[in-house]
Design a protein around this ligand. Structure first.
Ligand SMILES: Cc1cc2nc3c(=O)[nH]c(=O)nc-3n(C[C@H](O)[C@H](O)[C@H](O)COP(=O)(O)OP(=O)(O)OC[C@H]3O[C@@H](n4cnc5c(N)ncnc54)[C@H](O)[C@@H]3O)c2cc1C
Ligand code: FES
Length: 281
């Protein structure tokens, strides 16, 4: 059991929790993740380690379905049933002079530890973060702390520049000639467009893949992605891969495999939750 010692609502759908996990905290590196079950009947879900404290890890998650909704209902002092990690290969953050870190939506939670690790290693970080709207903007201060330049976009123009992250990214690729790498973390279509934007400039681009995972140890084959024509397991070979070699269309299609079961579980959870609230009243 792992106790939640802090809980913070970052926007209407995104929650940050700090969880006691001393052995994971001692080893975690940027880009690694945990797989947790909220309760004994729960689904196993992967979440990136967004930071560490004294014997604790921070997780930032968006409530999208049944498991994340159940996790969001836990309060400070509550316990998570089990937590395995750190899993995955750490993001390669050594040896870059200047790098652009692109984060989209809750992907910013995964982008932040990468930006922090790069900055701590002396890389000049330019961050480009995008959200649908002002109300969904998260981690503004944290990105400021680790970035030399920072660009914010929203789809509806309610904060920062209107448009997608590719708008400032394209400008930077034109104007800044000495970018060693671009790190892209967000929805699959966003990462696909980032890869398309950087390809003509020949800038090394790394994308953090988020396929469905079960065991997280390379045994079930659920998380496979095609990279340069080869099959890779995101949980052990990744989650980071060369974005110019990823078959994004296949990854997008594979992520929809269980959509009808996910919708059913979400509906069931919402009905149960509404009933619990009504019973308490
Ligand atoms: C390596 C990795 C790191 C991740 N880090 C974060 C993070 O830091 N913050 C965050 O908000 N989300 C993160 N995710 C996505 C997160 O795991 C899913 O949002 C979560 O599993 C959804 O579960 P659910 O039951 O709430 O939703 P569901 O309704 O079951 O699913 C909603 C969507 O979430 C994805 N998903 C569902 N189950 C899994 C699974 N077992 N493994 C992977 N994806 C799944 C699918 O795209 C699905 O369509 C990460 C995913 C991976 C693979
Ligand atoms: S999650 Fe099973 S092989 Fe990666």
């Amino acid at each position: 059991m792992n106790r939640i010692i802090r809980r913070e609502q970052l926007n209407e759908n995104v929650v940050r929790i700090e969880v006691e996990a001393p052995r994971i905290a001692a080893k975690a590196q940027a880009g690694q993740f945990v797989i947790l079950r909220v309760n004994a009947e729960g689904e196993r879900i992967p979440l990136t380690i967004a930071g560490t404290g004294e014997g604790t890890i921070r997780l930032i998650f968006q409530t999208v379905g049944s498991a994340t909704m159940t996790l969001a209902e836990l309060q400070e002092g509550d316990e998570i049933c089990d937590l395995v990690g750190p899993l995955g290969t750490p993001t390669p953050t050594k040896g870059y002079r200047r790098a652009i870190v692109v984060g989209g939506g809750v992907g910013c939670a995964i982008a932040l530890p990468v930006a922090r690790a790069l900055s701590e290693r002396g890389t000049e970080v330019i961050s480009v973060v995008g959200f649908r709207s002002r109300a969904l903007v998260i981690l503004e201060e944290e990105f400021k702390e680790v970035s030399k330049q920072r660009y914010l976009t929203t789809d509806d123009g309610t904060a920062g520049e209107q448009g997608s992250v590719c708008v400032p990214l394209q400008r930077l690729l034109e104007s800044e000639k000495d970018i060693d790498a671009v790190f892209a973390i967000g929805p699959l279509p966003m990462m696909k467009f980032v890869a398309a934007a950087t390809r003509p400039y020949g800038v090394k681009t790394i994308a953090s893949m988020n396929p469905i995972m079960i065991d997280g140890t390379g045994m079930c084959g659920c998380c496979r992605v095609t990279v340069g024509g080869e099959m890779k397991f995101a949980c052990v070979d990744g989650p980071d891969f060369d974005a110019h070699l990823i078959d994004f269309d296949e990854a997008i299609s594979r992520n929809k495999t269980y959509l009808c079961f996910e919708n059913e579980a979400r509906e069931r959870h919402c009905r149960l939750y509404r009933k619990q609230v009504e019973d308490k009243q």
